[in-house]
Design a protein around this ligand. Structure first.
Ligand code: GLA
Length: 388
C-alpha cells in the first residue's frame, strides 16, 4: 500500500467507524497522444494511462445505504438504497459514483461505504470523471464477486457519462484507464475495440502537460454539438453514395471528391475526422521506428485541425502550442482531450523536459499573470486493486 492508500484507509475508518472489512482500488487518469474527437467517429486513438489515480476504499455496511466520503475535499453524503432504480436525481458531486452503482443493479440489498481520494487534477482533460466512474464500477463488481469483462466495463463507464452526466462521449477514456500498461500507449480501433500496445521509451521521450487553467465541462461545452455535426456530415456523405458506417472510414481521396458538396460546417468536421484518423495511424507507425521528429510534426498538424476544422481549441491552448514549438528538445505539441479548455500535451526529449517546463511556465505567466500547472506524465497501469 502506498501512502495515499494508507491515508485513505485511515480517513475511511474515521468517517465510518462501524463499517466492515475494507478493500482498496485505484483507477488512473489518461493522456491521449493523438486521435482526438475520432472515438465517436469510428477512428483510431492512441491514449495511455498515467500514474496519477483516484483511490477508492470500500466496505460493506449494515445500514442499507450508500455512504460517500471524499477525503480530498472533505465532502460526504449518503443515499438510500431505495433511491436506486427509481431514476432519482442525485447530488451533482456524487453523480458519477451514484450513476455507476445505479447501473450495476437496481436491487441492491446491502449498503456500501465508499471513500475517495483523487490525485488526478479535475477539469484538466485527463479524464478524472472516467477514473471515478471506473473505480466505482470495478470496486463494486469486485465486492459483489462478479467477474469483470474489461471491454464491457468500458462500455458501462461510457453509459454512466451518457445517461447520468449527459455527455455523449466516445469510449476512449474508459478504455484507456482500464487497459493502461506501464510504459505503453495503446492504438485502439474504436469500431471494434481491438487494440495493440505501443512501447514508449521513457528514457528518450517524455510527455508534458500544461494546464491552461480554463476548466472545461463537456456538458456545457460544444462537445455534444460537435458530435451532432459529425452525424450530420456522415448522413450527407452516405446520401451522396459513400459506403461507410463511420466518418473515419471515408478514404481521404473520396473526401476530397465529395467535400465541395458539403455545407461548410460538415465539411470541416468531416475533414478533421478523416485526417486525424490518418494522423493517428501514421503517428503509431513513425513512433515504432523511433522517428520522433516525424511523429511530432503530426502533433502540430493535429492541433491545427482541432483549432481550424473542429473548432474546439481556445486562445490559451493555441499560445501554449506556439510557445512550445521553438523550445529545445520539443518534438511536437497540441491541445489534448475534448477541448474548450484543459491541457496541452507536448512530446519532449527526456533530458529537456525540466527546462521545457520552466520556459513554458514563464511564457504563460508573462502573458496571463498566473503560473500554470505543469506535469510530466509517467505512463502507468490501468484500474486495479491494491493488495496489502
Ligand atoms: C473527451 C471524451 C472522449 C473523446 C475526447 C476527444 O475526453 O470523453 O470520448 O471524444 O473528449 O478525443
Amino acid at each position: 500500500m502506498n501512502d495515499t492508500a494508507k491515508k485513505l484507509i485511515e480517513a475511511h475508518g474515521f468517517a465510518f467507524p462501524d463499517t466492515g472489512p475494507v478493500r482498496v482500488f485505484f483507477c488512473p487518469g489518461r493522456i491521449n497522444l493523438i486521435g482526438e474527437h475520432v472515438d465517436y467517429n469510428g477512428g483510431h486513438v492512441l491514449p495511455a494511462a498515467i500514474d496519477r489515480a483516484v483511490y477508492l476504499c470500500v466496505s460493506g455496511n449494515a445500514h442499507r445505504r450508500f455512504r460517500f466520503n471524499d477525503t480530498g475535499f472533505g465532502a460526504s453524503g449518503e443515499l438510500e438504497l431505495a433511491l436506486f432504480g427509481g431514476g432519482s436525481v442525485v447530488p451533482r458531486v456524487w453523480l458519477y459514483p451514484a450513476g455507476a452503482l445505479a447501473l450495476l443493479r437496481s436491487d441492491w440489498d446491502e449498503g456500501l461505504d465508499l471513500s475517495y481520494l483523487s490525485a488526478i487534477p479535475a477539469g484538466a482533460g485527463v479524464s478524472s470523471s472516467a477514473a471515478v466512474t471506473t473505480v466505482t464500477l470495478y470496486g463494486a463488481l469486485s465486492m459483489l464477486g462478479r467477474p469483470i469483462d474489461t471491454a464491457e466495463l468500458a462500455r458501462m463507464g461510457q453509459r454512466v457519462e451518457r445517461e447520468y452526466a449527459g455527455v455523449a462521449c466516445g469510449i476512449m477514456d474508459q478504455f484507456a484507464v482500464i487497459h493502461g500498461r506501464r510504459d505503453s500507449a495503446m492504438l485502439l480501433d474504436t469500431r471494434d475495440l481491438s487494440f495493440e500496445y505501443l512501447h514508449i521509451d521513457s528514457s528518450r521521450i517524455h510527455f508534458v502537460l500544461v494546464n491552461s487553467g480554463i476548466r472545461h465541462s463537456l456538458r456545457e461545452s460544444g462537445y455534444n454539438d460537435r458530435r451532432a455535426e459529425c452525424e450530420s456530415a456522415l448522413a450527407m456523405l452516405r446520401e451522396m453514395g459513400a459506403k461507410i458506417a463511420h466518418l473515419c472510414e471515408l478514404h481521404p481521396a473520396d473526401f476530397e471528391r465529395m467535400a465541395p458538396e458539403l455545407p461548410p460546417v460538415e465539411r470541416k468536421r468531416a475533414r478533421h475526422a478523416v485526417t486525424e484518423n490518418g494522423r493517428a495511424l501514421e503517428f503509431h507507425r513513425l513512433m515504432r521506428f523511433g522517428d520522433y521528429k516525424g511523429a511530432g510534426g503530426l502533433l502540430y498538424a493535429s492541433h491545427a485541425s482541432l483549432r481550424d476544422d473542429f473548432e474546439v481549441s481556445i486562445e490559451e491552448l493555441d499560445r501554449l502550442v506556439e510557445w512550445a514549438a521553438p523550445l529545445a528538445g520539443v518534438y511536437g505539441s497540441r491541445m489534448m482531450g475534448g477541448g474548450f479548455g484543459g491541457c496541452s500535451i507536448t512530446m519532449v526529449e527526456a533530458g529537456a523536459a525540466g527546462e521545457f517546463a520552466r520556459k513554458i511556465t514563464e511564457s504563460f505567466r508573462a502573458a496571463y499573470g498566473v503560473v500554470p500547472e505543469v506535469f510530466e506524465c509517467t505512463i502507468g497501469e490501468g484500474v486495479g486493486e491494491l493488495v496489502p
